[in-house]
Design a protein. Sequence first.
Length: 254
Amino acid sequence: MNNLKTFKRNKPSKDINDYRFTFYGGAGVGKTTTAFNFFDDPIFFAWEQGQKTLDAFIWDCYSWKDLLDFIKQAKKLFKEDENNELKNKVIIMDTVDIMRNACETYICEMNGWEGPGDAPYGQGWTSITKEFEDRVNELESLGFRVNYIAHDKTKTTTLKDGTEYDKVTLFLGSAAVSPVIKKIDVIMHFDYEYSKDSEGNIQKERIIRFNGGENYESKSRIQGLPDVVHCKETPEATAKMLQKMFADALNGIE
């Protein structure tokens, strides 16, 4: 509860773990490995079982009930041991579209619907959004820091004057979880940039966008970052570059 007697000006955090990130892009571009090395020993919620090469905490999620079971066990564990090593860890949801599908299946099964459209007045989609957001908030309330990995997709957008243009954005499965994901502080788009060398050979280089303008979904509430950076030779080196980049930007906050 707010109290005007103790009401103070907010001081921006300089701890990178206090911010929430989404890493998104095409398959094989290095999202998962970069995210793993970017955070300090995160927990992967493996909605997409592609983390076998990582020496990491991995919680396999084959259904929404696996997420609910984690929350139930975490509550009990932290009640018994307030200083448990898992408390306050970063969680990475990999990937968010499969997570959303699991949430949809759970909600439909609980209500006896074949699909969200069976519910009147759009209540099916509203229920999915609420369940998704409530469980993320519950994880955060336990001290976890929830971040996401997502695939990308190209979406055709039509302006009021009828002009159409393509925009690369996050593949979320539906707009139901969009309000949740859009609360994220930093959305990074991982992509390939193609060019020709002096002999006409095609060169491919990985890049990360923090500001993609009208054509690429990306953003950062942390000021002082470039629009685009070129990745290092490995995801591990890229993660270290990002850590320094964000640390420098956060240290520049007054």
